[in-house]
Ligand binder design. Sequence first.
Ligand code: BDR
Ligand code: CA
Length: 315
Amino acid sequence: AIPVIIDCDPGIDDVMALTLAFAHPELEIKLITTEAGNQTQAKTVANALAFASYLGQNIEVAKGLENPMFRELEIADAVHGDNGLGNVEFPEPTLKMSERTAIDAMKQVLLESAEPVIIIATGPLTNLGALLFTHPEVKQKIKFISYMGGAAVGGNMSPTAEFNVYVDPHAADLVFRSGVPIVMSGLDVTHKAFVSMKELQDIENIGTDFALKVVKMLSFYIKEARQTAFHTPDFEKSIRLHDLCAVSYVLTPELFEGDDCFVQIETDGRLTAGTTVVDYAQRSGKPANVKVLHTVDRTKFVAQFVDAIKKMSQL
Ligand code: BDR
Ligand code: CA
């Protein structure tokens, strides 16, 4: 099995990403940690506990930092709802929150692991930035970070900044400068990783309680749809599963294409704070630190997601 840690801010597409990870026993999920992002830390940790419990998982869930490093927290309640999950309710969790903090738990899990661990990160990078800065000895235990965030072209929070990087650009800067290899599922690829209305209907036809909850969450999440730098046709009708890309890449990298580039984070730009500055033209002369994904085989990606919903429905 491939050892992974999942750092997330659930978040509708974050729980879709968790679904895909839970459905694949070839991933050994050693730990889930939570970020403040789509909602407050209190709500994202509660959602991770409730969702993992609902799908019968027995995984440590550790609470992360409450706030970005320097900026005020900006949440995405318009996109993810007051409860962070499109106001879809899950039963009281059977899992209890870990007694370890996210950073302590990550550190210990990494140092104790015999093999290098892949970190799947689908929220702002506050925990990971703090971890790598304070405990650099863990770096050698991280195989790579599969990260949903950033964009080579265009933003969804500002004209050039993607939400996760925008929320805590200073943390992202620490991670991108850490020397740990990063695979970036930015908006360039995640805008191509959508579920169509017809596919939403296919999910509804599965008919289980879980499938219907997924449809309710995704129907709420359609509010996220907006035009992109790539002139996506029918963009109002495509539900982007951003965070799912970060898990799918770990399972099936062959579904994706990307370029190795040197990427830096703009922390304080007058117009561009939170932008991932991708040096496609190699003007910096610096070695690549990030694989920037730009293409996904959408048909196979959606089939993988639908299979995961079916599988997790049988529990
Ligand atoms: C990212 O922002 C969040 O709202 C989503 O969960 C995803 O991680 C997309 O920009
Ligand atoms: Ca997220």
